[in-house]
Design a protein around this ligand. Sequence first.
Ligand code: PBG
Length: 324
Amino acid sequence: MLIRPRRNRKSAAIREMVEETTLTTKDFIFPLFLLEGTNKKVEVDSMPGIYRFTLDLMLKEIEECLNMGIKAFDVFPVVDEKYKDKMATKSADPNFFYIKALKEIKSKFPEACIMTDVAMDPYSSDGHDGIVDENGNILNDETLDVLADMALAQAETGIDIIGPSDMMDGRVEYIRDALDENGFENTSIMSYCAKYASAFYGPFRDALDSAPKSGDKKTYQMNPANKHEAMIEAELDAQEGADFLMVKPALAYLDVIHLLKENNELPIAAYNVSGEYSLIKAAAEKGWLDGEATMMESLLSIKRAGADVILSYFAKEAAQILRF
Ligand code: PBG
């Protein structure tokens, strides 16, 4: 036998020397859920270990994470039902607690990279990412104005990256134009580019109480059966001025991450979504899986598939293990 691949696996020293993929804390963006008010920290039932924080406690959480080497955060608002309406009006209100909180987070931690989410669902009484007409259709072009206003309100707080997660056609260019016309040409856009209509978002919708009130998201989010269609979305978003292209979810879509990485020059992000977190947590709680090892293997696999950036609820836990 001339070739024995096991020789390169015979000791930890050699295994590490020939390791092709290295995960680091710098790869992560940590999603955080913001509550209105003060001094509240509420665990998400379906996501053990993940909390919704009021601003005061979120600032502490961010500081702790920064000290562990996590430099990027994606902040989502938990919006009370009383603030929701058909047009997601609160999403562009400079006095709304989320917008005010973003400003405070950014001024307290100017070195942190703060990302925000652009889609109507947390603020919409319909629970959809776009405007819903009387027949239940999601209106594409009319929604673009709402998204642009939302993006502008967020950009004015000084945040670093806008994350359109709505999947309306043409929204990257529309938002890019609005930002540029208002002097925010340095605000980045990470487009949720290949975002699938996935059952893995369930726990996130619990965390935000943002599930659609009727219907589903299949007329705007992608069909899980399709891979090549992701190339159309990627090409459009790149042409429209996106700075990063995201694939979401991550683990069930590693082939899509790989495909986009191989065919684009832009950095590729992957969103290791709520359901992917909860699966591992639940199995670990039952003692069916080694939670820590499964977490690290999953994150490594997302990077190996081609992700340059990983949004993950595991960021803090993994950072503890990686130590930078
Ligand atoms: C909102 C949005 C969703 C997620 C991120 N932004 C939910 C959805 O599209 O229904 C999901 C994140 C997760 O599951 O962790 N448009």
